[in-house]
Design a protein around this ligand. Structure first.
Ligand code: GTP
Ligand code: MG
Length: 197
């Protein structure tokens, strides 16, 4: 494309969503700065970080939006979904309620980021909708279901298989991560960014 010829850089917007305290902010700080905070405060509203990656000798910039999981910020944070082409939808493998919330986060994301209003309809209808959107542009949409805190194996409440099954049904990538010990953090972000690119 002409972008490639002009050496223009690519900028993608990615959002991280999921219940409060599942580790969204720590996943981002681990990925962007290799930092982890055992006592991090709940995010208020949204914060973003621009991360530069090199893919196939091209500079790819990902603008990663870390959103608040607390219910009271929902109206504010969901306003930032628009224009997102990638998402990490995060739950905590040691807290089942955070896994049960995934369907709700997904519906909201599909509606607000991608303009899809068929709430709770089969996943393939959503992906048909995305395909239609994509026929007018170069970019792809990539979503990853993330089961964070996999270091907490001894108090696991959601099995790997449950995560895999949900991801398959919804057409999402899936990965278990630990922001604490770094397992799969880089991989999760890079799979999403590479897929979009
Ligand atoms: P909100 O901003 O309220 O939506 O929460 P959040 O999803 O950003 O969670 P945050 O990153 O602030 O982490 C919440 C708590 O979980 C903190 O005490 C973190 O130290 C801890 N935590 C985050 N990731 C991990 C992980 O991979 N393993 C373990 N054991 N603890 C984690
Ligand atoms: Mg946070």
């Amino acid at each position: 494309s002409s972008d490639e010829e002009s050496g223009e850089e690519y900028l993608f917007k990615i959002v991280i969503i999921g219940d409060s305290a599942v580790g969204k902010s720590n996943l981002l700080s681990r990925y962007a700065r290799n930092e982890f905070n055992m006592h991090s405060k709940a995010t208020i509203g949204v914060e973003f970080q621009t991360q530069v990656m090199e893919i196939d000798n091209k500079e790819v910039k990902a603008q990663i939006w870390d959103t608040a999981g607390q219910e009271r910020f929902r109206a504010v944070t969901s306003a930032y979904y628009r224009g997102a082409v990638g998402a990490l939808i995060v739950y905590d493998i040691s807290r089942r309620s955070t896994f049960d919330s995934i369907a709700r986060w997904l519906d909201e994301l599909k509606m607000l980021a991608f303009g899809f209003t068929g709430t709770s309809s089969p996943a393939n209808q959503f992906w048909n909708h995305v395909q239609l959107l994509q026929s007018h542009s170069d970019t792809t949409v990539a979503m990853m279901l993330v089961g964070n805190k996999c270091d907490l194996e001894n108090i696991r409440a959601v099995s790997v298989e449950e995560g895999t099954t949900l991801a398959e049904a919804e057409g999402l990538f899936f990965m278990e991560t630990s922001a604490l010990d770094s397992t799969n953090v880089k991989k999760a972000f890079e799979i999403v960014i590479r897929e979009i690119y």
